[in-house]
Design a protein around this ligand. Sequence first.
Ligand code: DP6
Length: 324
Amino acid sequence: MPLSTATAVAHPNIAFIKYWGNRDEEIRLPQNGSISMNLGDLTTRTTITFDSNLPRDTFDLNWVRQSGAMLERVSNHLNLIRGIRGFSSPAHIFSETNVPPGAGLASSAAAFAALTVAAVRAAGIEMSEKDLSRLARRGSGSAARSIPDGFVEWYRGKEDSDSYAITIAPSSHWDLVDCIAVVETSHKTIGSTDGHKAAASSPLQAARVKDTERRLDLCRSAILQHDFDALSRILELDSNLLHAVALTSSPAIYYWLPATLAIMQAVITWRKSGLPVAFTIDAGPNVHVICEEESKTLLIEKLTHVEGVQQVIASGVGAGARLV
Ligand code: DP6
């Protein structure tokens, strides 16, 4: 491969119906389908250059040279793409992100979505959105959902070929905002990859998975009908189900801190008093509080005053991964 370069941007996403547990760890075939919204104000921009003169892959993230497990995961993903075209040139990857470091926000979705789109182009491969989503999935499951625009559903699928994500409504469909209440900035102790592995050990996982189609239907209709009430109910139920599984896995995983619960309780109180807000929590203690654009300023103000909240990061709905 002669010198070849491409740049792509992608956004992280927040899951409304969450991915938790794999049927196949190696190729990340999920136990259940999921639905998410891209976060347009948080961006990862990645430039990749394949260059046969390089001795090995190098990866710089926000100007810091990466090594160990991080570099290995990226190299393994590039091997899939190099394998498709049958070449072995090493690559230099330069990635910049405005997702605050240590905010405990899953950044792997944006990272692998941007890496996939840039690397596929730099390798000279033409690929459909569906196939880009399947490929991004192999790097990080939730990255499959950062490929399409806006509100996205990732199909569980029967096998590799039909487990990919599609847009169910474009980013312009509904001006939802994710206000992320950051309560801890140190790195989470048990990352999502290990959480997925532990899920099967919980006696509650089978019930959670069995009920997924019902939750996906409720969530999809709530989005399509702009029904915030219905969305709040399904959002909080799905998040609680994930944490019920984590808490009852062997070993048990406790993602919440006291401030996490304080925010959850505040959100429920605010909603009862007429402010349309709802929470969802990923594999960490920070709380994603979802609202419509018109409630954003008041919500941020209220969240800032909850004890234990260090920072609030807000993002509206975002586009899919794309070349720049
Ligand atoms: C709780 O996609 O980060 O955020 O496939 O191992 O990279 P890997 O896991 P990841 O898991 C995301 C878990 C979650 C829920 C979700 O985003 O659906």
